[in-house]
Design a protein around this ligand. Sequence first.
Ligand code: CTP
Length: 419
Amino acid sequence: MSTNLLADKRILLGITGGIAVYKSVDLCSKLVQTGAHVQVLMTQSAQKFVTALSFGAICGQQPVTDLWQLYEGAKIGHVTLAHQADAFVIAPLTAHTLARLAQGMADDPITATTLSTRAPLLVAPAMEHNMWQHAATQANLQTLVGRGVNVVGPEQGRLASGAMGMGRMADPLTILEHLRMLLARNGPLSGLRITITAGGTREWVDPVRFMGNRSSGKMGVALARVARDQGAQVNLIYGAMTVPPPLGVTQIEAARAEDMLHAVLAILPQTDVLISAAAIADFRPVTTHASKLKKETGVGIALERTPDVLKAVAEARQHSNMPKLVVGFAAETSDLLANARRKLERKNLDMIVLNDITAADAGFAVDTNRVIIITRDGSVEKLPLLDKETVAFNILHRIRGLMGAQSIGWSPGAGSVLS
Ligand code: CTP
């Protein structure tokens, strides 16, 4: 199984006539780069902005610009295209085509294919502010939403007219993320509720200073994104991070170790799997000063221990049996395996992911990681240097295996539901 949700997926990309078409060239290119098979369909007005040649050159397939063209040569027809598709994206979607879709018309390749396909439809409207606000457009949009169409954007910003307002097409990367979420439905982790902690905590000394750590949050965010892409319902509890949380996950901010403890304990009853990837502070100042400390008084700040979140989880778990599986991380600089095993025991974990944080290409702030996965049954799996999403994929794969082995009412596979 690939880490890339879009690889080999058949994506129809409908292009209607608005100035935002230039962004769709980029969207098309990004889709092709993910390994998706992209077939572009264009309206006549779309071709006034960008030629079919541009899209054809990017995706290696002649765009469909005329309904009858589909019946020439290969004779595949819009029905065949519609049946083969894994998803249909229309970006940009103009007010005009939106109205035609709401009416159920079928006299061009995009509208006819929309009626014929059972694949999920994602639309990215783009138009002038007043057109977007118009009661007719809003009513048409509601009609589509009521039929299960997924909408991304539009966004606020500078419009083609020069005015500021609502109507810009969503960014291609945002459209891609929404597409990934659509395709994730019924993935191998669907039905599973996964809570992930990510980033570093900050313990405040005074209003301007804190004790923090080097965590970027990248590993936790990669886990959240891959779990979401496999259909899990994901809660991300996060501290300071250099990357944004992914779309489609429930986001809970927790700045200090204490906040993380409360956030994690509160969500345990709704958590099947907890993955603690956050770098949670072990010490905090005994006092957080309300005003900025002066040089002289700051020297020798007294520290105290913070709560150990995973130990608190282990206690809570004895009473409630939730979460069913707990995974910790071990950031070590020496005696790696022995230290990680001790942590697994001490915190009553089912799995611990060990990383040697002295390596320059693994651990904090970089996009790659080299980890060893140790499970309670004693198995040790050493992974090579991988990008963090692939590491996340491997960790989640092991979690699926353990969840299956526990026979706890969840079995891996599409559409599985927790009992
Ligand atoms: N962790 C936790 N609560 C803390 C500190 C860490 O729950 N106050 C979690 C981390 O999220 C990680 C695991 O415990 O999953 C191990 O974290 P690590 O920093 O490697 O170990 P510590 O428990 O802090 O022990 P030490 O610093 O002595 O190695």
